[in-house]
Design a protein around this ligand. Structure first.
Ligand code: UTP
Ligand code: MG
Length: 687
């Protein structure tokens, strides 16, 4: 009757947080002495049926969920071009609770899933969604959040195609027998309310509980559910390079009729009895894909160290070994859904199973059995009536609250403005100071050119000088060349006869002059290059001096990194302020909408009772009130009444926006995540 880990001797002090397991260990609770009697489960059947019908999705909830899904689909497919959004999970399989989440899968191959999820998380945060959490360590990374208005939780995963297929499997199971749906949601409800249905907290996921419940119905002596999987590779899908066999029998191929006549109360009681007295994981693996519990040996999933019994004794052991309470994923049958469990989770699950069984045996009501254990982690019911809290509140109190909210909004807007302008200044300063880094780079570039240029100058100088030292200037050589040339080439009649000796000398002198001319030309070239480089060198030195001067001046303002840090600090302060501003605007919009509704209702009542009501509104008064709001002057309840009758705070913003329109057109933000639900949604976007 005991779970394997309960048979090991360990210090009782270590398990005192789990009273039922402790009672089993110390022998004050003996499961063999507990049994179920029909009288005790009959009432449960009625109660669970009632509970199940209370979980039906109302039209209102359906509208809300569809609205959120439609809006998110639009926003996500706009942001990630070429992507598609698919819904899956319990809402699609028909196994949802009214506080169940919306499961969305974004099919997108443009970027890495984690990067995409980070972008989505940022978008959701900016839009003021509640509890935005990125879980990237899970097998399938997801971003979780709660829709701030309806409080409906949403999970978004990327390319989670297999989940779409296993959702279909669950949908098929839930449609096979009318008892399946109430049975499964009862187990899910119990697990959720008792705090043992959260993979992130080391307990089974809701999906794992669904499989455990289905497997129970498959492994009864008279089974309620058959095995739907064909496992013949006739229908496979390739996901990320792995082939999965997703073939399912059609209803007409099944030839299955159950002989089991148990009612839901009996099925639920039986479920807890089996889990309590015949802990399936002592030697079994929950395998919906096989339609039964497989032995650990058959599946080759024998538990590995550290075992549950080791981990509970030794606080140093943080992770359990593999296959602690194995649950096979039907399509991905290498995946054990119990790998998320931690040792406390296992004890918590076991303790709750025994508790539920004991309570059922004692004829306890379903509401007590499923009493919420940890209110702080149990999802709230969706908030479908936006005015619930205002209905029983005096309107004067609502008006008073609204006035306080206007005041708070004014303060927050002021703080936002101040920080925004400080941040812009810091960014400007940082940009200006970054010039120093550019200057330093330029300076080092120039300095690195100085030395090689200096060597080149020296080299040219010495070449030029060596030529100049031995040869006469070019112009002289040119003149001499021309003179000698003319002596040598003029007709005999016009010149003095040259002796042969003299002519030889002249020729030799002429050739020497030619050679001198070549050298002198070279020296002139060296000299020009020398001058050019010298000029460059001087120019660079001057430039370096200027740069140094500018750097010294800029440095006196501080480092650009200081201003970057300041800008970052201000941004960090701005984000929560903007969130607060968004929430205040939303709340103001909600209260205004309620009061407008009330005013409209009262006016109609008046017009019925007192005949024709004065229709024209005193425009002067309206404008005066609006200008009070803009200027931040205090105003009376009567003023508030006038404002509400004439469009509320959003109408003031609109007036301001129209003034600006010509100069500064509003850019449409396509990535806003808030669903545009009527005027209120629109006004909240108008930040
Ligand atoms: P959920 O945990 O949201 O379960 O996972 P659920 O079935 O929708 O139940 P509730 O009503 O929200 O509590 C959503 C879907 O993700 C897939 C399953 O298809 C599941 O229905 N999933 C979940 C997996 O494939 N593997 C897991 O480990 C968890
Ligand atoms: Mg779900």
């Amino acid at each position: 009757m005991l779970a394997d880990f309960e048979r090991i001797d360990f210090d009782i002090g270590k398990i005192e947080s789990w009273p039922f397991v402790t009672a089993l260990k110390v022998g004050s609770l003996d499961l063999s002495k507990i049994s179920l009697v029909v009288e005790n489960t009959n009432h449960l059947d009625t109660e669970i049926k009632k509970f199940a019908s209370s979980q039906k999705t109302s039209d209102n909830l359906m509208k809300r969920r569809n609205g959120i899904t439609k809006h998110l689909t639009k926003v996500l497919t706009n942001k990630f071009r070429g992507s598609t959004v698919t819904t899956f999970g319990s809402f699609e399989s028909g196994l949802s609770l009214i506080n169940g989440d919306i499961d969305l899968c974004l099919q997108f191959n443009g970027e890495k899933p984690k990067k995409v999820l980070k972008k989505i998380a940022r978008m959701l945060n900016e839009d003021g969604m509640d509890n935005v959490t990125l879980i990237t360590t899970a097998k399938v990374p997801i971003v979780k959040f709660i829709d701030s208005q309806s409080k409906i939780p949403v999970d978004i995963s990327i390319n989670n195609s297999l989940a779409v297929h296993n959702t279909e499997l669950l949908r098929r199971y839930s449609a096979l027998d009318s008892r399946v749906k109430p049975f499964i949601i009862s187990i899910k409800y119990w697990a959720r309310n008792r705090g043992i249905s959260d993979a992130a907290m080391g307990t089974f996921s809701s999906y794992a509980w669904t499989l455990i419940a289905i497997n129970y119905l498959q492994s009864l002596e008279q089974e309620v559910l058959p095995n739907l999987l064909k496992k013949d590779d006739s229908d496979t899908v390739d996901i990320d390079g792995t082939n999965y066999d997703i073939g399912m029998f059609l209803d007409e191929e099944l030839h299955f009729t159950t002989l089991n006549k148990s009612n839901i109360g009996e099925l639920v009681s039986g479920f807890f009895e089996v889990l309590a007295k015949d802990w399936p994981w002592n030697n079994g693996v929950i395998s919906v894909g096989s339609g039964k519990i497989l032995t650990r040996k058959e599946k080759n999933w024998v538990a590995t160290k550290p075992y549950v019994s080791d981990a509970i004794q030794d606080p140093e052991i943080k992770r359990l070994g593999k296959f602690a309470l194995p649950v096979e994923d039907p399509f991905d049958n290498k995946h054990d859904l119990s790998r998320v469990l931690d040792v406390e989770g296992v004890f918590e699950i076991r303790d709750e199973v025994i508790r539920a069984y004991q309570l059922i045996s004692k004829n306890t009501n379903w509401s007590i059995i499923t009493e919420i254990k940890y209110p702080e982690i149990t999802p709230n019911k969706p908030k479908l009536d936006l005015f619930e809290d205002l209905r029983n509140q005096n309107d004067d109190k609502t008006k008073h609250d609204l006035k306080i909210l206007y005041e708070q909004l004014k303060q927050v807007e002021k703080s936002v403005l101040v920080r925004e302008s400080e941040r812009n200044d810091a960014i400007k300063m940082s940009k200006a100071l970054r010039r120093n880094a550019e200057l330093a780079k330029e300076q080092s570039g120039l300095s690195s050119e100085l030395r090689p240029r200096r060597s080149k100058i020296d080299e040219l100088q010495s070449k030029r000088d060596s030529s100049n030292n031995h040869y006469i200037p070019v112009h002289f050589i040119e003149e001499e060349l021309s003179r000698v040339y003319s002596i040598l080439t003029t007709e005999n009649t016009n010149r003095v006869e040259l002796s042969l000796e003299k002519e030889k000398q002249m020729f030799s002198w002429f050739f020497e002059l030619q050679s001198m001319y070549e050298h002198s030309k070279l020296a002139r070239k060296y000299h020009r290059e020398f001058l050019k480089l010298l000029e460059q060198q001087q120019h660079s030195i001057e430039h370096i001096k200027d740069i140094r001067q500018e750097m010294i001046e800029i440095q006196s303002f501080g480092k650009f990194t200081d201003f970057d840090d300041l800008a970052m600090k201000l941004l960090k302060e701005l984000n929560p302020l903007k969130r607060e501003r968004r929430n205040l605007r939303r709340e103001i919009g909600r209260l205004e909408a309620w009061l407008r509704k009330q005013t409209h209702f009262n006016n109609n009542k008046h017009s019925r009772n007192k005949g024709k009501r004065k229709k024209s509104v005193d425009n002067v008064k309206v404008n005066a009130v609006k200008s009070k709001v803009v200027s931040g002057d205090s105003f009376s309840l009567q003023d508030l009444e006038v404002l509400l009758k004439n469009g509320g705070l959003s109408s003031v913003n609109k007036t301001k926006a129209t003034h600006r329109k010509g100069k500064n057109k509003h850019k449409k933000n396509n990535h806003s995540v808030t669903p545009q639900r009527g005027k209120r949604g629109k006004s909240s976007k108008n930040q």
